[in-house]
Design a protein around this ligand. Structure first.
Ligand code: GCU
Length: 680
């Protein structure tokens, strides 16, 4: 490592920057991050010169050697968030005395682009084992919106938070003095995030007041903190705010008093918070208020807020997580998976330009395995973002390791076939398929005030990975896992190599000991971590597996089931409808089959259930054995922490294995072919 840093040193001793001279913009942040980063890496602060000029550029190393490239790069047309990075490290740049002639030039399409470039350079120095080499790179983010949603409450709790309390709030106050907020902005900017919503989508009494004069000055300070790192601030709002704040007795979107109320409210917000991004709204969802109360639809509801925000350039992120959460399990015709499409699809064309529909990646709720939501891409005239969950609510709660990048890539790569082949989710999100004015990806954060931010140290890889993928969905999962591991445990070390491998195995392993073949749920109600096969089976939540003595799974086919498959483009519908063609991993999401049904793998469903539960639990024990071997190569604190979490995961995996196996053995009466221990 030291040798590698030494090779970089000639480039890192001197920084010459040109940009607008503002104290608190992303350009200043870029300079500061570079200077800090270089000091941490080399032990020496670089010498700095800053002059006024545009476009914003930073030259590292020899200004003479950089001169010609600098003129070229200045003339390069760059999109607003883009950056160009050129490194001249080759020997032809050397002057008579040797090293000093190496250079690196960073040019931003804006100061924000420059900031992304600064982090990219630091990442390169810190994770590329090859050391400095000639490089000519121009990058711009594929997704216009790259957003993080906090589910933080003002009492300091975090809904579905698995890493301590909120870094934003305590005792119904905003923690303005907290250095964690500033560091969080830096973390997010380092992977290219450009928007954040800072409070839970379930907006309770105190959070409803975030848009009042009492709290707006504090919101402004938060907005400034994030704005310095190029991140725009959003708030989740209560649809019934005019009533909850005691000012009107209705929230009917077609009522002119309500319309005027929101117009005045939004003007007040922008007067206090000039860079405000807009609202996130969870309406008519899980008992939250919404336009249905007044016999209006979601277009009426979203447009009410959109019209108020439009004059100020604000957006409405309107969530499509709308379904009947008071379902009767006896009623086999209602299918929760259908709900978002059924509620929203026919409203296409009715939403304003500054409304963005926020659609969960799957039709249910962030399960370990789901098909892609058929609503995504199915509304050509309505802006959309796909919503992911970095918080591991159903995927191990940051106690078990589950690196979700491969899962998200599976969604992003899915070909919806909506306008013929090649209409993948990532193309739609990037705004390349439909004429979206705003689109991209959003995700529920996984951080809290734990020292390591994410509860499980390795869960940091998910936050990092989301940002990297939001920037460029073409990046491969292994590249992201390796990059994070190298940055965290040292480039090209045994620990980094093992951690990358473990991360890549972790989603399949988590899937293999929990709910089988895409059926989902089977978790303890409300908590969603431990196994409880029938926990949701007779509930009102629309989340069933329908296991009986002959088989299990949910028939969602057109011919005999709920008809959910009909929400996909014909070819995808036919593939999911067909027992032969439906991918094994989603079989029980789409079909109810006998335990003796033979999968493409050649195994019966029941044998697959047994085998994969055993394999999953065994894999965790193998990780533990390997981790123990690495004890001398990692600091004691992280060694012990990760070991402790792995041991917890092993317990959990065994509990899942035995509960699931026993449950299906009792139902089916079919023993394990391999005669392993399945409790009777
Ligand atoms: C899940 C989660 C809730 C959350 C909801 C949402 O159902 O369990 O806590 O509020 O998603 O996305 O709105």
């Amino acid at each position: 490592d030291e040798q590698r840093i030494e090779a970089w040193r000639p480039l890192l001793e001197q920084i010459d920057a040109r940009m607008e001279l503002r104290a608190a913009g992303p350009g200043a942040a870029a300079l500061q991050e570079l200077a800090n980063g270089i000091e941490i890496l080399t032990g020496t602060p670089p010498s700095l010169t800053l002059k006024a000029g545009s476009p914003p550029v930073i030259v590292l190393g020899s200004p003479q050697a950089a001169q010609r490239s600098l003129e070229e790069l200045k003339a390069l047309p760059l999109a607003e968030e883009a950056y160009a990075l050129r490194i001249g490290a080759a020997s032809e740049n050397e002057n008579q005395d040797g090293e000093q002639a190496a250079y690196a030039i960073l040019r931003g399409g804006s100061e924000r682009g420059l900031l992304y470039g600064a982090f990219a350079l630091l990442r390169l120095i810190d994770s590329d084992p090859r050391g400095p080499r000639d490089l000519d790179l121009a990058e711009s983010p594929r997704n216009p919106l790259r957003m993080i949603d906090q589910w933080d409450n003002m009492d300091g709790s975090v809904e579905r938070g698995y890493s301590g309390g909120s870094i934003f709030y305590r005792d119904n106050r905003i923690l303005l003095e907290s250095p964690r907020i500033d560091d969080y902005a830096r973390l997010l900017a380092s992977v290219g995030i450009n928007a954040i919503s800072v409070n839970n989508v379930n907006v309770h009494r105190e959070e409803t007041k975030l848009i009042t004069s009492a709290l707006l000055p504090d919101v402004r300070r938060l907005s400034d903190t994030f704005g310095r790192y190029g991140i725009q601030l959003f708030l989740s709002v209560n649809y019934a705010a005019p009533i909850e704040l005691g000012e009107l007795d209705t929230a009917d979107p077609l009522n002119t008093d309500v319309q005027h109320w929101w117009q005045r409210k939004v003007a007040e917000i922008y007067a206090a918070v000039p860079d405000f991004g807009g609202f996130v709204v969870k309406a008519d969802s899980e008992n939250r208020p919404g336009p249905f109360t007044y016999g209006r639809d979601h277009a009426d509801g979203a447009n009410l807020l959109a019209d108020a925000l439009a004059p100020h350039g604000g957006l409405v992120m309107w969530r499509c997580f709308v379904y009947d959460c008071h379902q009767d399990w006896r009623d086999r015709s209602t299918d929760r998976a259908r709900a978002a499409y059924d509620h929203f699809r026919d409203l296409d064309g009715r939403f304003r330009d500054n409304v963005v529909l926020q659609i969960k990646n799957g039709p249910m709720d962030f399960q370990v395995r789901e098909p892609v939501s058929p609503l995504f891409g199915a509304m050509p005239r309505t802006n959309q973002v796909m919503e992911f969950q970095i918080a591991q609510e159903y995927t191990g709660q940051q106690r078990d390791i589950c690196f979700l990048v491969p899962q998200w890539k599976k969604s992003l790569d899915f070909d919806t076939l909506l306008n013929g082949a090649g209409c993948t989710v990532k193309q739609i999100a990037a705004g390349k398929v439909h004429p979206f004015t705003r689109s991209g990806v959003a995700a529920v954060s996984n951080i809290g005030n734990d020292d390591n931010w994410t509860g499980h140290h390795l869960a940091q890889a998910n936050l990092f990975g989301f940002g990297r993928l939001a920037w460029n969905p073409e990046l491969e999962s292994d590249a992201i896992a390796e990059e994070w591991s190298a940055l965290t445990f040292g480039a090209d070390t045994p620990v980094a190599r093992f951690v990358a491998k473990l991360l890549l195995e972790s989603w399949p392993v988590y899937e293999s000991y929990t709910a089988p073949l895409g059926v989902g749920w089977m978790v303890q109600p409300h908590y969603h971590y431990a196994v409880d096969v029938d926990g949701y089976e007779y509930s009102k939540w629309g989340t069933y597996h329908f296991a009986d003595r002959d088989g299990l799974g949910v028939d969602r086919t057109l011919a005999t089931g709920t008809g959910y498959t009909g929400q996909y483009a014909d070819e995808n519908r036919d593939r999911y409808d067909s027992l032969e063609e439906c991918p094994d991993e989603l079989l029980l999401f789409f079909h109810h089959v006998p335990y003796t049904h033979v999968l493409k793998s050649g195994k019966t469903v029941i044998q697959h259930i047994y085998d994969s539960r055993f394999e999953g639990a065994d894999a965790v024990d193998r990780w533990i054995a390997r981790w123990r071997e690495l004890e001398a190569d990692v600091d004691p604190e992280r060694f012990a922490h990760i070991l402790h979490r792995l041991e917890g995961q092993s317990e959990n995996a065994k509990q899942w294995r035995d509960a699931v196996n026993t449950y299906f053995y009792r139902k089916s009466g079919i023993p394990d072919e391999r005669e392993r221990t399945v409790y009777a």
